[in-house]
Design a protein around this ligand. Structure first.
Ligand SMILES: Cc1ncc(COP(=O)(O)O)c(C=O)c1O
Length: 365
């Protein structure tokens, strides 16, 4: 898609290409984050550029744990938090720690395609389970998929690609079926990107066997800085062993530790979040326009993805039609759900406006 985008821009001019494929924040980080970065950079800290404990700076971990405990109502200390290289680093660190070759990890379709690679990186086997018609986890199907080799269930709410936010009652039902040694990995990089006042339920508060993979990539629009964390609640029987394994895995996967400067920044302003209003305006404009044209494009509750049905069942053919209009979209097949496409609203409102005529021509055939 990236290559096609470059070629299209060359052929048609950049102003006639509308790239809805890249999930890369297109807003600036909050002022508070840049201010904290400036403070951290000029602070006088002797010998602060060397190696550190692999799990991260102790005072940073303690600060993050304090904030998280308040939020989820579960007591956590700095020991329970491991600073990671984004959510990708957190998930890989955890999977490396818990999977033996041939162990299974459940993913809920449609899902972030990298999950397959993360699982297979560590010799795991991917088990795909369909979500329901509202893209909520289907507990009966998950229960049926859990077997003797199941070690993990990956949850992602707010969801990429659907924008769904999982309901508390669904999480409660999940809690009732998950038993040792299965862990629920709650991947939450979009937690703070929600619309219309929706607040995603706290998976750590509801699911006893959940661990949290968080990242500031999207919350602060700093995806290139690679900063996140893993939280392992002490109530897990294997918590101490798992912490040790993850700390070691963080190192031997080659991350060593999360970026030092960014650990210090996020500890100062852990809750700073981009202004959601810009994404919300784009979500509303795009969904309203598509629905008026005859697309089925429900407004996502969170994330910055819109996941409409394609007007014809063949999503790859339909995204080919859009391509003729200079519109780049990802076929749902790439996420394990044909008949849909993912549109990332991380492009300017003016580009969305100019792309609408192309969407209209594509649906009229
Ligand atoms: C669902 C999901 N999980 C994890 C990641 C990786 O995030 P990070 O940049 O924090 O590694 C992404 C990035 O797009 C994502 O969409």
């Amino acid at each position: 898609m990236f290559e096609i985008g470059i070629q299209l821009r060359r052929e048609r001019g950049p102003e006639n290409v509308f790239d809805y494929t890249l999930g890369n924040p297109d807003v600036e980080p909050p002022e508070a984050v840049i201010d904290a970065l400036r403070r951290v950079v000029v602070e006088d800290r002797p010998l602060s550029h060397g190696y550190m404990p692999n799990a991260g700076l102790p005072d940073v971990r303690a600060a993050i744990a304090r904030r998280l405990s308040e939020r989820v109502g579960t007591p956590l200390t700095g020991e329970d938090v491991i600073m990671t290289v984004g959510a990708a680093g957190a998930i890989n660190t955890l999977l490396k720690s818990i999977l033996d070759p041939g162990d299974e990890a459940i993913v809920l379709k449609p899902y972030f395609p990298e999950y397959r690679f993360y699982i297979e990186n560590h010799g795991g086997r991917v088990v795909e389970v369909e979500t329901d018609e509202r893209f909520q986890p289907d507990i009966a199907r998950i229960a049926a998929a859990i077997g003797p080799r199941t070690r993990a269930i990956l949850l992602n709410s707010p969801n990429n690609p659907t924008g769904a936010v999982y309901h508390a009652d669904v999480l409660r039902a999940l809690d009732a079926i998950v038993r040792d040694p299965v862990l629920v990995i709650s991947d939450e990089p979009y937690r703070t990107l929600t619309y219309d006042g929706v607040e995603p339920p706290e998976t750590l508060s509801i699911v006893g066997r959940a661990v949290l993979a968080f990242s500031w990539s999207k919350a602060m629009a700093i995806a290139g800085e690679r900063i996140g964390y893993l939280a392992i609640p002490p109530r897990l029987a294997e918590a101490a062993q798992l912490r040790g394994a993850c700390t070691f895995a963080n190192r031997i996967l080659g991350y060593i530790n999360a970026p030092a400067i960014w650990q210090r920044v996020v500890a100062q302003v852990p809750d700073a979040t981009v202004d959601i209003r810009e994404y919300q305006a784009k979500r509303d404009r795009l969904c309203d326009a598509l629905n008026a044209m005859g697309y089925e494009a429900p407004r996502p509750q969170g994330s910055y993805y819109v996941f409409p049905k394609t007007p014809i069942p063949d999503d790859i053919a339909f995204t080919g039609l859009l391509l003729r209009e200079g519109i780049l979209a990802v076929p749902g097949t790439g996420f394990g759900r044909g008949g849909y496409m993912r549109l990332s609203i991380t492009l300017p409102m003016s580009a969305i406006e100019r792309s609408l005529a192309g969407f209209e021509r594509a649906i009229r055939g």
